[in-house]
Design a protein around this ligand. Structure first.
Ligand code: HEC
Length: 146
């Protein structure tokens, strides 16, 4: 059994007994927010491919929905004040601004998902750049490790 399946099996036992108490250690906190942010990155890249005619266009709306889903998971993932990963300490020092930006991303992507469901890529296209505020937040709050 690979590690992922072992983890899933472990979780299945744990949930059968009772939901495990949530007590993340610092490494888990960092891993968790990275998983969520990677999902955003992967779904944005996949969505772009569908727009460029390099991948199935019928998946466009699903990718926008997945982006909105992941964006809605992000804020709580950053809540524990655990510096590390590629996060600058300012994430927590300027939490009001950081959380405002993350909520904006959540609202923007939810709006895109609505537009995608009704009007597809033609409706989303013009709003895409202003809605995806990824870079401006990264420029301020992320210290990319090479
Ligand atoms: C409100 C701020 C903010 C917004 C908005 C934001 N990010 Fe991030 N992102 C971060 C921070 C901070 C990190 C560093 C996380 C860490 O390693 O601790 C990060 C990390 C990442 C990573 C690296 C994950 C890894 O492998 O370690 C990717 C990919 C990413 N973001 C993609 C995106 C995409 C795509 C968007 C827009 C759709 C986005 N982010 C929007 C703050 C933001």
């Amino acid at each position: 059994m690979n590690r992922f399946l072992q983890t899933v099996a472990g979780l299945a036992f744990a949930t059968a007994a009772a939901l495990p108490a949530f007590a993340a250690d610092p490494t888990d906190v960092i891993d968790y927010r990275k998983h969520v942010m990677k999902t955003l990155g992967e779904q944005a890249a996949a969505m772009a491919m569908t727009l460029q005619g390099k991948a199935p266009a019928e998946n466009f709306t699903l990718h926008v929905q997945a982006l909105a889903n992941a964006a809605s998971q992000a804020l709580v993932a950053f809540e524990p004040n655990v510096p590390g990963g590629e996060s600058k300490p300012d994430v927590w020092a300027k939490w009001d601004d950081f959380s405002k930006r993350m909520k904006e991303l959540e609202a923007n992507t939810a709006e895109l998902a609505k537009l995608a469901a009704s009007g597809g890529a033609a409706a989303v296209g013009p709003k895409l750049q202003s809605a995806l505020t990824c870079k401006s937040c990264h420029d301020t709050y992320r210290q990319e490790k090479k």
